[in-house]
Ligand binder design. Structure first.
Ligand code: NCD
Length: 298
């Protein structure tokens, strides 16, 4: 039993389903008692990497549960003077912070967890290229809302899988929930060698055949050793999701993207804003999922 939310693999199928149900509850009911679940608690958002959706939705989710929220501006913090992340956390813990929400480019979550008092909780808001479990939960909630169950789904994830923490966590979550047909599509040098029980394809037509769910990913230039993408136009020609390539998938396939999108690169406007896109539904679900996680509903 863990009080932290560091890795989706720490949880059972039952726990993940319970969390999804609780998030769905936050969407449906506006229960008055729920609004007070974090009364008197302090949540700190520590984002050592850029963020729009994740940061704003954690902020909003904590406020909706009536917590005090500290949003530390890292660029103006002592991190720029050489303070270690664990020292920053230890100092905020001394001020009485109850829940830390942390995003960092390095694998620091377990190290942070080790210095926390038993009553203090840690939520991973994105760790290097390895994990992003709250994004996985909002992806899973969106898939559940659109497709009901996970057993008979074929899910394609397209793009820079090598550097994607979203893909790693979402795949792990899908597998815990019983999805066995996951296909990763991208050029050979952007496909990962550390993700198991999935198939890999370099061709969109073959890869997208019969898919129910398509998750598009951004090229993560900031995590890349240079030279992995030789020619952007070639990438666009082969892997950009446009109307023509979308037609390879099932007629009722949904299109997802964790954001930020690079329109005109991995996805066209027509598809991003089209009827099969559930990209903003994902964002909406992000607030409810983070409320459930902050409230410890797992
Ligand atoms: C992603 C991230 O930061 O891992 N965005 C997000 O949290 N929704 C994906 C990305 O940066 O491409």
């Amino acid at each position: 039993m863990t009080r932290h939310f560091i890795d989706i693999k720490d949880f059972t199928q039952q726990q993940l389903l319970q969390l999804l149900e609780s998030a769905q509850g936050f969407i449906k009911n506006n229960i008055v008692e729920d609004r007070a679940l974090l009364t008197g608690k302090t949540v700190t958002n520590l984002f050592f990497e850029p963020s729009t959706r994740t940061h704003a939705s954690f902020d909003l989710a904590a406020q909706k549960l009536n917590a005090h929220v500290i949003n530390l501006n890292i660029e103006n913090s002592s991190a720029t003077k050489g303070e270690t992340v664990t020292d920053t956390v230890a100092n905020l813990q001394a001020m009485g912070v109850d829940i830390f929400v942390v995003r960092h480019r390095e694998r620091v979550m377990r190290e942070i967890a080790n210095i926390l008092k038993p009553s203090v909780r840690l939520i991973n808001a994105g760790e290097g290229a390895s994990s992003h479990p709250t994004q996985a939960m909002l992806d899973l909630l969106t898939i559940q809302q659109c497709k009901k169950n996970f057993n008979n789904l074929r899910v394609a994830i397209v793009g820079d899988l090598k550097h994607s923490r979203v893909a790693r966590s979402t795949i792990a979550g899908l597998q815990i929930l019983g999805c066995t047909d996951i296909v990763l599509i991208g050029p050979k040098n952007l496909l990962p060698d550390d993700i198991t029980f999935v198939t890999q394809e370099t061709d969109m037509k073959t890869g997208l055949k019969n898919t129910d769910v398509i998750i598009m990913l951004r090229i993560q230039k900031e995590r890349m050793v240079s030279g992995l993408i030789h020619n952007e136009q070639e990438y666009i020609d082969h892997y950009q999701l446009n109307a023509e390539k979308l037609a390879y998938a099932k007629k009722d396939a949904i299109v997802m993207h964790p954001g930020p999108m690079n329109r005109g690169i991995e996805i066209t406007d027509e598809v991003a804003d089209g009827p099969q896109s559930v990209i903003l539904q994902q964002v909406r679900n992000g607030v409810a999922v983070r409320m459930a996680i902050l409230a410890g509903k797992f």
